[in-house]
Design a protein around this ligand. Structure first.
Ligand SMILES: Nc1ncnc2c1ncn2[C@@H]1O[C@H](COP(=O)(O)OP(=O)(O)OP(=O)(O)O)[C@@H](O)[C@H]1O
Ligand SMILES: [Mg+2]
Length: 443
């Protein structure tokens, strides 16, 4: 659902009613050996509110500083359907002035509005009580410890899964071109080639370096991505096609080991380092990998690639539907292999026209642009030099630049923690926020 279907209100008033205080009777389902701090469950008001669906959707909204989703952090205080059918979500923030609130609001609105039967979502903010704040910090520290086992993808990284229902529409080509343009702007961009059987990222990005696996004890192996500088930024690439060991035998063993549950391995065992973006080149189809990804990375946003043809559009709609069933947000649609306009103005629409925009309208998400069919794109892929960076004077490159601009300004802006506060760093250091604040004020 695009933003114009939603509206927002920002209520700055600190909610002083009882429901903002930490419920002492918070669910006691935790086993005694699990030191997971309890957080209060939200108050749900309205007869036909599908609480589970809404909370699941909100579990995709991450507070990047605190490293967990807003539901498990206990930030969601109230879910209410008003008489005019609008869905109101009230969240409590640790500090009212945090710039991250715009992002939290956008994410929450987009995710809840993508549920069936919900058109208007209003997000309200209040501030936490001191007790709640203490509790949320305790949860965040707990989560930070837990997370060490999960994945090394930073909580601040924006994750975009480039998907389509159909094969051959240009997912990999789009992933490679977006990745280099984002890196060129100075971002650190992870690229995960989730097409394990049909990997293409090493070829498209001209990477021949090999990923080294290191045994890390307890039968665990960690991997470091292949790093390639692009413009002012850098790519961190992981692909089955870049995996090799010191010798052939080890390489073969690696592949056997990995094919099983390769994507999970990539997510769990790769030391990604700091990332602004992680782009995932998805395999074609709506397979287990898609659903698995939704389970493992609920905060991923999906970008759907389609060709302009009607048939492709229908298949792509299924991919979007699939994403939503997994509660992933569809961030937008990119049309690829679109119409070409010649210098004399004649338009050649080899694969039809308008399919991308039609699909975006159908599923209610932003249309990001139509990349024309362009031989330099295919040639760039063959040469391992994405054309959007190399052939800057083409229409295709201009469209790619516009799409990247939309991504960084609107669709999935990078998370700038430095502007906000030191909460994230404090969590990682296990320090006490209140104490630090007092010291800061005293000093
Ligand atoms: N806009 C374009 N103009 C010309 N050729 C393109 C364009 N986009 C992609 N191609 C070419 O089309 C072919 C298929 O693209 P690509 O491999 O990116 O598709 P894919 O969706 O990732 O395929 P698969 O489903 O097999 O993973 C490639 O040869 C690529 O270079
Ligand atoms: Mg591909």
């Amino acid at each position: 659902m695009s933003d114009d279907h939603t509206s927002d209100t920002m209520s700055d008033t600190t909610d002083t009613t009882d429901d903002t205080t930490v419920a002492s009777s918070a669910t006691a389902e935790t086993a005694p050996d699990v030191a997971r701090p309890a957080v209060s469950a939200p108050t749900v008001i309205g007869d036909d509110v599908d609480e589970a669906a809404i909370l699941n959707a909100l579990r995709g909204v991450i507070d990047p500083e605190l490293g967990d989703n807003v539901v498990d952090l206990g930030m969601v205080k109230r879910v209410e359907r008003s008489a005019d059918r609008a869905m109101h979500i009230t969240m409590a923030l640790t500090t009212a002035g945090c710039p991250l609130r715009a992002q939290l609001m956008r994410d929450a609105k987009a995710r809840v509005a993508s549920l069936p039967g919900i058109d208007v979502v209003k997000v309200h903010f209040g501030e936490m009580t001191a007790d709640e704040r203490k509790n949320v910090m305790a949860h965040a520290r707990w989560k930070a410890r837990e997370n060490a086992l999960d994945t090394d993808i930073p909580a601040t990284a924006r994750i975009l899964a480039i998907s389509s229902g159909k094969g051959g529409v240009g997912k990999s080509s789009v992933t490679a071109n977006l990745a280099v343009l984002l890196a060129d702007q100075g971002y650190t961009v992870g690229v995960l080639d989730a097409d394990v059987g049909g990997f293409s990222m090493p070829q498209l990005l001209g990477i021949d370096a090999e990923i080294e696996g290191e045994r890390a004890g307890e039968g665990k192996t960690v991997m470091k991505p292949v790093v390639r500088a692009v413009g002012d930024g850098v790519l961190h690439v992981v692909s089955m096609g870049a995996i090799a060991g010191a010798n052939q035998t080890e390489a073969i063993m690696w592949r056997g080991l990995m094919l099983n549950r390769a994507v999970q391995h990539f997510l769990e065992d790769v030391q990604w380092g700091e990332l602004d973006y992680l782009l995932i080149d998805m395999p074609p189809g709506t397979s287990d990998i898609q659903m698995g990804l939704a389970r493992m990375l609920p905060r991923a946003d999906v970008v759907i690639v389609t060709t302009p043809a009607k048939a492709a559009q229908q298949v792509a709609a299924r991919a979007a539907d699939m994403a939503r069933k997994g509660f992933l947000r569809v961030a937008g649609v990119i049309e690829n292999m679109g119409p070409v306009t010649a210098a004399d103005g004649t338009v050649t629409a080899m694969f039809g026209a308008g399919g991308g925009q039609a699909l975006a309208d159908e599923i209610g998400v932003p249309f990001l642009g139509s990349i024309p069919l362009d031989p330099t794109i295919a040639a760039g892929g063959d040469a391992g030099r994405p054309a959007a960076l190399d052939h800057t004077d083409t229409v295709a490159a201009a469209v790619y630049r516009d799409i990247v601009e939309l991504i960084v300004t609107d669709v999935a802006p990078p998370v700038k923690i430095a502007d906000c506060s030191l909460r994230g760093a404090l969590v990682r250091a296990g320090a006490d926020l209140e104490g630090a604040r007092e010291r800061a004020h005293a000093g």
